[in-house]
Design a binder for this molecule. Structure first.
Ligand code: AMP
Length: 283
């Protein structure tokens, strides 16, 4: 694996690889790697001659300065993990080169920014759309891999690619979980062991809602109450939102009717750490 830190050096390297007609699979990350990231790297490597990954903690997508400051960084360990996972080229740009001055551009995502994470993290998806567009322009991959852990992000990227005509295929990859169901996340590193155990109840609540749906419950407010009542028994869990939405559009629904899938989405705080998770249920 080679590690490249400047845009120009990466462009030169990629031009060389493209002359050899190598298909490029790209995995953007913010580092602090776990098995979720590794699964993306492995899939990108399996499906492309060349796997390129990036590590960049994008200041633009943090709507909360404290969250940005506390974001875990473990570059040396990440470089090793990337290499072990089979990554060929690791791009680690500097904030100075990526944003020589704060970008004046912002990207209005439209309706997707007015639901779920969009409502709760103003400016987040504009920041994501800008950094992903910049990375796509520099890397020009054939395929790019994103985790369904960030379900709404996948929808935003699909819209970005469609509307800006990026010639890139977006591959959405399944959520990797701990044995107790907790969705892997870099932010889990900030939880105590007890916090991680409590956090596994987020998935338990999503699963409880799934069970209610399979038993025939169709009212989304009743389903949210089922999940909410369960989570409220844990004083350490503070729910930011819990919603059952249309699985295709992520739009709010009051009743599960006329849709082929639903998504149960949650954001919650435990020990001061904001966690998100979701479960897509095919009907
Ligand atoms: P991040 O470093 O958190 O920006 O994540 C980089 C990529 O890894 C994103 O596409 C995430 O959706 C994906 N990812 C994060 N956690 C998981 C997980 N538990 N399972 C699968 N993919 C994940």
């Amino acid at each position: 694996m080679i590690c490249i830190r400047s845009i120009n050096a990466l462009r030169l390297h990629i031009a060389d690889e493209k002359r050899k007609s190598k298909a490029i699979g790209f995995v953007p990350t913010m580092g602090a790697l776990h098995e979720g990231h590794i699964s993306l790297i492995k899939q990108a490597k399996a499906e492309n001659a060349l796997c390129i990954a990036s590590i960049f903690v994008n200041p633009l997508q943090f709507n909360n300065a404290e969250d940005f400051k506390k974001y875990p960084i473990q570059q040396e360990k990440d470089i090793q993990l990337m290499e072990q996972a089979g990554c060929d080229v690791l791009f680690i740009p500097s904030v100075e080169e990526f944003y020589p001055s704060p970008p004046k551009l912002s990207i209005d995502i439209g309706a997707l920014d007015r639901i779920l994470e969009g409502t709760h993290r103003p400016g987040h998806f504009s920041g994501v759309a800008i950094v992903v567009s910049k990375l796509f322009n520099v890397v020009s991959p054939d395929k790019a891999y994103f985790g369904q852990k960030d379900l709404q992000q996948v929808a935003v990227i699909n819209q970005l690619v469609r509307e800006l005509n990026f010639p890139i295929e977006i591959i959405a990859c399944p959520i990797v979980r701990e044995q107790n169901g907790l969705a892997m996340s870099s932010r889990n590193m900030r939880l105590s062991n007890a916090g991680k155990t409590v956090a596994s109840n987020l998935f338990a609540a999503l699963s409880l809602i799934k069970q209610s749906i399979s038993k025939g419950e169709r009212s989304t407010s009743t389903l949210v109450t089922v999940g909410g009542n369960y989570l409220n028994t844990f004083k350490e869990i503070e729910i930011e939102y819990l919603e059952v939405v249309n699985g295709d559009t992520l739009e709010s629904i009051t009743e599960i009717k006329g849709v082929s899938k639903v998504a149960v989405c949650i954001a919650a705080h435990i020990e001061g750490v904001r966690l998100i998770d979701n479960l897509v249920i095919i009907l």
